[in-house]
Design a protein around this ligand. Structure first.
Ligand code: GLN
Length: 439
């Protein structure tokens, strides 16, 4: 543990935020700061002195604004929930507090996690700290940006089709989507509940593994959760890396990744071989019907009577597109057509990964097929959805995936994705750690 007290560390992060969040570089990563942070930091420091502090003592953590933190505003970056004060802590937040992690604030995001650029927030876009005129990626834009900008040690995000890994890749930090069911979703305001997972951002794989180990585990309040063993970095002797034959928009990204794989395979004596993942091409068409239908259903509670405003009256165009699309697909006359077909395609993709993992311990591919666009530039809906072509497959297959910064192209960070079989997070983190040692 560092010698700096939690309070001093908090002060230095807050002064960085003061300088560059709303002013200076205007990163706009935070929607709200925790007013009780000073008091809480002092209590944590007292516990540290007494030798009674938990595993996250001294760690300063930012939380995506779609996760309930008691007393804070989980607005989902929407006018719908602008005045919603969380009445309780999500299960992940209870666990973080129990281990003495200090919550610094709620982060900016695409509205209701619908987006890949961070631009659909009702409270203004977030900027990429590594390249200020570019998008930071999304939807967990503020969580990735706050780690990259040096505003905190770690952050939580949610990932339905790439929302942790995509901004991690563009901002140059580590971002992890765990196996479906590893982490409780209780207290997460869902986008698409059969795909959503809460996961971690950090500068290094080791810190992300620590945060994930704290938040994981069976939760009575989320029936999809598993009891799982400790998440930690292990020593890897032999490893078979599977490389899918995927053509992407920006070839320089694949070339950079191939170079790194070759370097590590030579150094460690690991095996790298090509694998076939044909159904990955169906990912986007499979994801959106599921996402639209589940989002439509999940947002029916925002009817203006219980939480905030009626969503249709307060939301932006991307959220409205999904609500209208989801309502259309859910109509009785389309029964069995879109949603059920998408579930069948999801199953196919899942099986394809399962069979690929018979010959490979992990699969490595780019996180995002292109570099981020300029903030505010007009791109089509299809182009926006295309950002997630390579991250969605892991959500459909319910497997863990991590985006690791592996270098820069045109001075813009580029991430590489490591995917592993269901609940094999330890292999994934260990592979990431080995790559970190050569980067
Ligand atoms: N960008 C994808 C979408 O807009 C993924 C979002 C997410 O993972 N929350 O649906």
């Amino acid at each position: 543990m560092s010698t700096q007290s939690t309070l001093d560390k908090l002060k230095s992060y807050l002064s960085e935020i003061e300088k560059n969040n709303a002013k200076g570089k205007c990163i706009n990563a935070f929607l709200q700061l925790n007013e009780k942070a000073f008091e809480q930091a002092k209590l944590i420091d007292e516990k540290i002195k007494k030798g009674k502090a938990g595993r996250l003592a001294g760690k300063i953590i930012a939380i995506k604004a779609n996760i309930n933190v008691k007393g804070m505003n989980a607005s989902c970056a929407s006018l719908t929930l602008k005045d919603y004060t969380c009445p309780y802590d999500a299960s992940v937040i209870e666990k973080i507090k129990k281990e003495d992690g200090l919550i610094i604030g709620m982060t900016n995001m695409d509205e209701f996690a619908c987006g890949s650029s961070g631009e659909t927030s009702a409270f203004g876009a977030c900027k990429n700290p590594a390249a200020l005129d570019l998008i930071p990626g999304g939807s967990s834009s503020g969580s990735a940006a706050s780690v990259a900008a040096g505003f905190c040690d770690m952050a939580l995000g949610s990932d339905t089709g790439g929302s942790i890994r995509n901004p991690a890749s563009h901002c140059g930090v580590v971002g992890v989507k765990p196996s479906y069911g590893l982490v409780s979703r209780y207290g997460l305001i869902d986008l698409s509940m059969s795909l959503d997972q809460i996961g971690a951002f950090a500068k290094k794989a080791e810190d992300a593994a620590l945060l994930l180990d704290v938040i994981k585990g069976r939760d009575e309040k989320d029936a999809t959760t598993y009891q799982s063993k400790e998440i930690r970095i292990e020593k890897l002797n032999k490893l078979r890396i599977g490389i899918p034959n995927i053509k992407i928009q920006d070839k320089r990204i694949s070339e950079l990744i191939s170079k790194k794989i070759k370097e590590i395979a030579d150094k460690k004596g690991w095996q790298a071989k090509n694998i076939d993942l044909r159904h990955v091409d169906l990912a986007i068409q499979t994801y959106y019907p599921i996402c639209y239908v589940e989002f439509f259903s999940g947002t029916r509670k925002f009817d203006g009577r219980r939480y905030g405003k009626k969503i249709e009256d307060a939301c932006g165009p991307e959220v409205l597109r999904r609500i209208l699309g989801g309502s259309e697909i859910s109509k009785a006359e389309f029964k069995g057509l879109y949603y059920r077909r998408a579930l069948r395609a999801k199953q196919l993709i899942k099986q394809e990964f399962e069979s690929a993992f018979k010959d490979a311990d992990c699969i490595i591919m780019p996180t995002v097929p292109r570099l981020p666009h300029k903030l505010g530039s007009k791109i089509s809906v299809e182009e926006m959805y295309g950002y997630d072509a390579l991250t969605i497959p892991a959500n459909l297959a319910e497997i863990p995936a991590l985006s690791l910064p592996i270098g820069k192209i045109d001075n813009i960070p580029v991430g590489m994705q490591i995917l592993c079989p269901h609940l094999k997070e330890n292999v994934m983190f260990s592979v990431a750690r080995e790559f970190e040692s050569i980067i």
